[in-house]
Ligand binder design. Structure first.
Ligand code: ADP
Ligand code: VHF
Length: 386
């Protein structure tokens, strides 16, 4: 893995970053819902071509399918109904990719080797299964080797609320973890993160540099959004925290700012820089961290919490007092401490009915149970402490 020192200055981190994930939100792409804004998209495509030509690998996470579909189908607003949203995403996604491919041709030098785009639509399930997650990684790395621009979106046509990733800020962070990106650039309709929502607070001040995971970020990002976008600023600052787990720093900047991407590459202090000063997780634990939906919950006593948190041990049934959910072996479950706080997550080794009958039992008492695989409820390699 390439060495990414979290203590380097912002300027150095920007100018040295070789692999970027760039995320562009719906409010920008569709000019606040008025259909795909070809002129602006052309501006970003031109800059992405220049980044590629200067040796930077770029992965684009592009929203906009639902908004573009709504406009194409002649609807006046984003539908609340799931089926209509899925239909809009299907129509809009093809319009979106067609626009990118056309602009890549129009904006590039005719005598250069063409940069094509490759559409990658991901669902939550693709990231839940370790095998599919690794397949997605190798497919994306192959596209980069071939000088293709991968354009990623959630597969909204087949995702539904219960199992979707929710917003593309989260998706972009998961992709940053998947590919060990150096930099995640989230382009939005504001200059960055302010100390209050600038839409309702005209005097709000821009934060220029902050550490990922800083508690005040969650407080000030609130939950408001443009109305066109999905996640709002809260999703972006949470995405930065998630990205930091692979040592990826994040810049949240205004996509309407002239040559924003090239100026970031050249080290200019644009937007809000969120330093990845969090302990870096190994690849398997990053995949675990990217798992968004748990199938159940285990309630632990104080001794088990200490064994996991301080001693780095595996979870034994003796310290588990209760369970929730009908999970199966291999599913992701959350671990709660006696106060009800979730402090860890992991892949459980046993089905819920086996866990139920082993609650509070010492290992020796269950040694002969044929359904008790591996002797531990969650192995420490499959456990992530938050
Ligand atoms: N502290 C904050 N700083 C900046 N923007 C904020 C803040 N809190 C809430 N917001 C809102 O978040 C919006 C951007 O999120 P969103 O609408 O989801 O955009 P996108 O479509 O780019 O993902 C901004 O337009 C702004 O109103
Ligand atoms: N996948 C959806 C976008 C989801 C989303 O996060 O949108 P945004 O908050 O504008 O980045 C789409 O393409 O419409």
């Amino acid at each position: 893995m390439r060495n990414k020192s979290p203590d380097k200055s912002r300027n150095l981190l920007q100018t040295k970053a070789q692999r970027w994930v760039i995320k562009i939100g719906s409010s920008l792409l569709t000019d606040e819902g008025r259909g795909l804004d070809r002129k602006s998209i052309g501006g970003w495509v031109r800059q992405i071509i220049a980044l590629r030509r200067s040796g930077i690998e770029v992965i684009l996470v592009s929203s906009g399918s639902v908004s573009a579909g709504v406009q194409r189908l002649g609807w006046s607003q984003r539908p609340a109904n799931l089926k209509e949203r899925q239909a809009a995403a299907s129509v809009g996604q093809s319009a979106l990719i067609h626009t990118y491919e056309k602009l890549l041709r129009e904006c590039d030098e005719p005598n250069e080797m063409p940069i094509h785009c490759g559409q990658v639509l991901l669902t939550h399930d693709d990231l839940r299964s370790r095998r599919r997650y690794l397949n997605a990684r190798s497919a994306l790395l192959t596209l980069l080797e071939m000088n293709v621009l991968p354009i990623i979106n959630e597969n909204d046509t087949v995702s539904y609320n219960a199992i979707n990733l929710g917003d593309n800020d989260t998706l972009a962070a998961v992709v940053s973890n998947l590919l060990d990106a150096d930099l995640l650039v989230i382009l939005t309709d504001q200059d960055g993160v302010f100390n209050a929502d600038p839409r309702s607070n005209p005097d709000a001040q821009l934060l220029t540099e902050v550490n990922a995971g800083a508690a005040m970020l969650e407080r000030i990002a609130g939950s408001g959004g443009s109305g066109v976008g999905t996640g709002g600023m809260l999703a972006k600052v949470r995405a930065a925290t998630r990205a930091a787990r692979s040592g990826t720093s994040t810049i949240i900047a205004n996509g309407r700012c002239d040559h924003v991407l090239l100026r970031i590459r050249d080290g200019e202090a644009l937007g809000t820089f969120i330093h990845a000063r969090l302990p870096k997780l190994d690849a398997r634990k990053r995949w675990l961290a990217g798992q968004l939906r748990a199938r159940g919950t285990l309630h632990l006593d104080a001794g088990a919490v200490q064994a996991l948190k301080q001693d780095g041990g595996s979870l034994l049934p003796v310290g588990v007092t209760a369970l929730e959910g009908n999970f199966h072996r291999g599913d992701l479950v959350l671990c709660k401490d006696p106060d009800g706080n979730v402090f860890a997550r992991g892949l459980v080794n046993w089905d819920a009915n086996v866990v139920q009958r082993c609650l509070g039992k010492k290992s020796a008492e269950i040694a002969d149970d044929p359904d008790v695989a591996e002797g531990v409820m969650i192995h420490r390699d499959n456990l992530l402490i938050h």
